[in-house]
Design a binder for this molecule. Structure first.
Ligand code: AMP
Ligand code: MG
Length: 401
């Protein structure tokens, strides 16, 4: 037990060794899902002019308001501003047009009727001053911060970049990631028959998927046998070509667990080995000669996924400069026992209670090899090593798959 570090220490060690991944320029067409690496300030007062918000007529408001207006012009979207004439005149306007000078009220087309050269207001039409006008600079003023460095670019963010004239945007480079599964018992996915003692490999694709769904999609997968020379040769080649190497299996105390030995021989410095947690206790983390991050995860399918979502994914997102996000907090649906020495990660299903609060109902895996029930869960709760029970309603951290 004594050589194990705590979950919090593992977080701190990884954070200390985080390399800076670069910044690249991409066009907006290639920016979806990327991490913004520049702030965006408003280039003008949005909207840049008093903007008409309905098709209809623009009038000068006063009390009492005339019930008929003579049309003197037409102000469509994209035209430069017209000026409204005398009282009891109006200008036909379209949504998106500049508000005609001298007008301060838009009456929608549905509330008026055209008769000859005049518009008559409907009987229950009661306009108020300023209605259906989006005033210049009312969203914010030029120079205001619209997007913070580190946000992920979704539809609203790319819309703001476009509206402010940013055709090429600075985003985080995506690290090049190699995932290596180890194990003589593992067959390719397309193996038709399972010979005795074998299973199909699933951890490498599971890790890749956990990363890809968060935009970390420069991923290749390989497999090596439980052989020291083969492991060393494969890792030497992969460490040359990738920023991050993630291993599955071969990191425990077995006679054929060659991963730590091979990594050390290749000059990868061990930062820690073993975390006081279940599952995932044997996790190994080190830094390669070119600052490559190396995560060697225990091979049991639940362990590997817990370590991937709890340590690997958040640290790679942080290296990309993603704005720090605190883990989600959820309430336990039932009383739960904790361990006094190990942090426990237990698969759980989320639901809402009557007040809308998120509740986690635990669906414990029988062993760290049992992953059949995971698709019916949303992630894992993190139970600190306190000893004793946590009552129903107690709030704990939650990590989604
Ligand atoms: P290890 O950490 O190498 O001792 O592996 C622990 C358990 O996880 C063994 O039962 C392995 O068969 C299983 N395992 C290891 N790697 C994979 C993988 N890529 N896919 C599925 N199961 C795996
Ligand atoms: Mg193995």
């Amino acid at each position: 037990m004594t050589d194990m570090i705590s979950v919090a220490e593992a977080d701190a060690y990884i954070a200390q060794h985080m390399p800076h991944l670069g910044v690249i320029q991409v066009s907006l067409d290639h920016a979806a899902g990327c991490v913004l690496r520049q702030p965006l300030y408003a280039g003008h007062d949005p909207p840049p002019y008093d903007r008409v918000m309905r098709d209809g007529i623009a009038v000068r408001w006063r009390e009492p308001l005339p019930r008929a207006f003579v049309v003197t012009g037409m102000q469509m979207a994209g035209m430069t501003g017209l000026a409204l004439g005398e009282n009891e005149t109006c200008i036909e306007v379209a949504t998106g047009a500049v508000l005609p000078q001298g007008s301060d009220c838009i009456i929608p087309v549905e509330q008026v009727r055209r008769v000859g050269d005049r518009y008559l207001l409907g009987d229950d039409c009661r306009p108020v001053r300023g209605q259906f006008i989006h005033p210049r600079g009312s969203d914010c003023l030029a120079g205001c911060l619209l997007l913070e460095n580190g946000v992920r670019l979704g539809a609203p963010e790319t819309a703001l970049l476009a509206a402010n004239g940013i055709a090429q945007v600075s985003v985080a480079a995506t690290p090049s990631i190699a995932i290596v599964s180890t194990g003589d018992e593992l067959l390719p996915v397309d193996a038709v028959m399972l010979r005795e003692g074998s299973v199909r490999r699933s951890n490498d694709i599971a890790i890749a998927t956990a990363l890809r769904v968060h935009g970390l999609d420069h991923v290749i997968r390989e497999h090596v046998a439980d052989d020291l020379a083969a492991t060393e040769a494969a890792l030497a080649r992969l460490l040359e070509a990738h920023d991050v190497v993630i291993l599955s299996g071969g990191v425990s105390m077995g006679q054929r667990d060659h991963v730590p030995t091979a990594l050390t021989a290749l000059g990868v410095r061990c930062v820690f080995h073993r975390i006081a947690q279940r599952p995932g206790k044997p996790m190994w983390f080190g830094i390669g000669p070119r600052n490559q991050m190396v995560f060697a995860l225990p091979g049991n399918p639940v362990s590997v996924l817990v370590c991937a979502i709890r340590y690997v994914r958040p640290s790679l997102l942080a290296a990309q400069g993603v704005m720090q996000q605190l883990p989600e907090q959820v309430a336990l649906a039932d009383i739960v026992g904790t361990d006094d020495a190990l942090t426990r990660f237990i698969p759980a299903k989320l639901s809402n209670d009557s007040t809308g609060r998120l509740l986690a109902s635990l669906v414990p895996a029988r062993t760290s090899g049992d992953f059949a029930a995971l698709p019916r869960t949303h992630g894992v709760v993190e139970l600190p090593p306190m000893g004793g029970n946590l009552p129903a309603g107690h709030v704990v951290a939650f990590h989604r798959w």
